[in-house]
Design a binder for this molecule. Structure first.
Ligand code: SF4
Length: 208
C-alpha cells in the first residue's frame, strides 16, 4: 500500500505540479477561509473574503471586535452566514484569548488540534486545514474529494475521517509541505477529472 499512496502523489504532481496552497495572503485569512469553505465551493469563499477585505474585517482581531451583523453581511456569498459568522467569532475569540500564531505554534500538533477542536464550529477538516496551512504542522487534511478518491480506488474499506487520515499519514513521509501539496493536488484532480461523473480516461490516476 505504501507505494500506491505515494505513486498517486507522484502521478498528480507530474501532471499538475505545484498548487501553491493555501490561496491566502495572511495566516488570518487561512483561518477565516477554512471556516468559510465549510459546505460551499471556493469561489463563494473568495467573494466573502473580498467583502471582508473591502470592509476592513479580514483579520481575526477585527472579527473579534466587530459587530456580528457586519460579518454576516460580508460573508453571505459563502452560505450558512448566520452560523458561519458565529463560528468566525468563536474562532477569533479563541485566537485572541490564546495568543499569537507564534505562541500557539509552540504546542505540539495533537495538543493544538485538540484546542482547535474545542471551538464550536471547528471540525476535523477545518482544524486540520488550519494546522497544516497556517501552522505548517504535518497533518493530512481529509475532505470530500479525498473520500471520493479513496472510495473509487478502494484504498480502504471505510470512509471514516480518522482512518483515511491515518492511511495517508502512515504511508507518506511526515512532511507538512508534502501533505499540503498532496491535498491541493487531490482537489485539483477532482475538479479536472474525478468529478461526480469521473473522467477516468485522461486522469493521471488511471490504473494506480
Ligand atoms: S477520475 Fe477515475 S482514475 Fe481519476 S481519480 Fe477518479 S476514479 Fe480514479
Amino acid at each position: 500500500m505504501k507505494n500506491r499512496i505515494y505513486e498517486m502523489y507522484e502521478r498528480l504532481f507530474e501532471r499538475f505540479s505545484y498548487q501553491y496552497w493555501w490561496p491566502a495572503q495572511t495566516k488570518d485569512e487561512i483561518v477565516i477561509g477554512a471556516i468559510l469553505t465549510q459546505n460551499t465551493a471556493w469561489h463563494n469563499v473568495e467573494k466573502a473574503i473580498s467583502n471582508l477585505k473591502n470592509s476592513n474585517l479580514c483579520s481575526l482581531s477585527k472579527i473579534h471586535t466587530s459587530n456580528i451583523e457586519d460579518i454576516k453581511d460580508c460573508i453571505k456569498p459563502a452560505g450558512f452566514f448566520n452560523q458561519k459568522a458565529r463560528y468566525l467569532k468563536n474562532t477569533a475569540d479563541f485566537f485572541i484569548k490564546n495568543g499569537s500564531f507564534s505562541k500557539l505554534n509552540s504546542y505540539d500538533a495533537q495538543t493544538l488540534r485538540k484546542m482547535l477542536l474545542s471551538i464550536k464550529g471547528v471540525g476535523k477538516e477545518t482544524a486540520d486545514s488550519i494546522l497544516l496551512y497556517a501552522f505548517d504542522k504535518a497533518i493530512f487534511v481529509v475532505d470530500a474529494y479525498t473520500k471520493r478518491l479513496v472510495k473509487r480506488h478502494n484504498l480502504i474499506d471505510t470512509l471514516s475521517y480518522d482512518a483515511i487520515q491515518n492511511l495517508f499519514m502512515q504511508n507518506l513521509i511526515k512532511d507538512a509541505k508534502l501533505f499540503g501539496e498532496y491535498h491541493a493536488l487531490i482537489v485539483k484532480n477532482a475538479k479536472e477529472f474525478c468529478k461526480s461523473k469521473p473522467l477516468c480516461e485522461h486522469c493521471p490516476l488511471l490504473g494506480v
